[in-house]
Design a protein around this ligand. Sequence first.
Ligand SMILES: Nc1ncnc2c1ncn2[C@@H]1O[C@H](COP(=O)(O)OP(=O)(O)OP(=O)(O)O)[C@@H](O)[C@H]1O
Length: 263
Amino acid sequence: MSEAAAIEIEKAERKAAKANTILYVDGVSVTFDGFRALNSLSFYVEPGELRAIIGPNGAGKTTMMDIITGKTRPDTGDVMFRSEVDLTKLDEAEIANLGIGRKFQKPTVFESHTVFDNLLLACSGGRGVFQALFHLLGNAEKLRIEQTLETIMLTDKREETAANLSHGQKQWLEIGMLLMQEPELLLVDEPVAGMTDSETEQTAKLLRSIAMDRSVVVVEHDMEFVRDLDCKVTVLHEGSVLAEGRLDHVQKDPRVIEVYLGR
Ligand SMILES: Nc1ncnc2c1ncn2[C@@H]1O[C@H](COP(=O)(O)OP(=O)(O)OP(=O)(O)O)[C@@H](O)[C@H]1O
């Protein structure tokens, strides 16, 4: 095959890969003070997919999330949402408004408000705290809050002040607050750090159920939890994809073993 034909085939393959993606990260590099945190990173997430991203400390997982959410700009590469919106041209607020929600590691719920009011505040659509809490709730809004309470397993804690929740329950509440904004893509950073075993198990169930209606990308170190997610895994190392596939498959990959154990 001629070189020109090979290039054409590669172009066509890339176009096809991009066509059915909710998130398309292609050839993304970013350098901080001469240090290459992401090095031609490419991976694709399909609509409705649950994906786990793993990798040793410093692999570039947080930087990757920062690039998707517009916190950091890549030096080169493409980041497309729904295969049509170029995220590198938008700021953080615009990206959030498009339907990309991000859950940071630490929960940031309103501690002095009840679980119910936290969800209400999250769907207040820009109203201030006072207006959100005292405006008359429509039936549709009430129903959405009830459904979210059910999803995040906090129906019986609805009148509990958020400060009184366990660490795991606070994480679920924050996930619920993001769900109130109905994101199409949810990015979740190390959700089970500090959780009990039982909370960790329930969180895997929760994320699997959320991924039935939307795409979810989870960064996590806890391998038992990643196994419970039962999804495709992308292994990052030195800012690139080292391996991709089912957890059993990537755990047998000698390069992955070397990166995790050979240090
Ligand atoms: N703003 C920055 N300035 C300089 N270096 C940075 C910056 N942000 C990240 N880095 C470096 O880039 C590399 C990748 O960092 P990143 O936080 O993305 O890794 P990570 O995979 O999320 O690690 P961890 O699992 O420890 O959270 C690290 O070596 C880090 O020190």
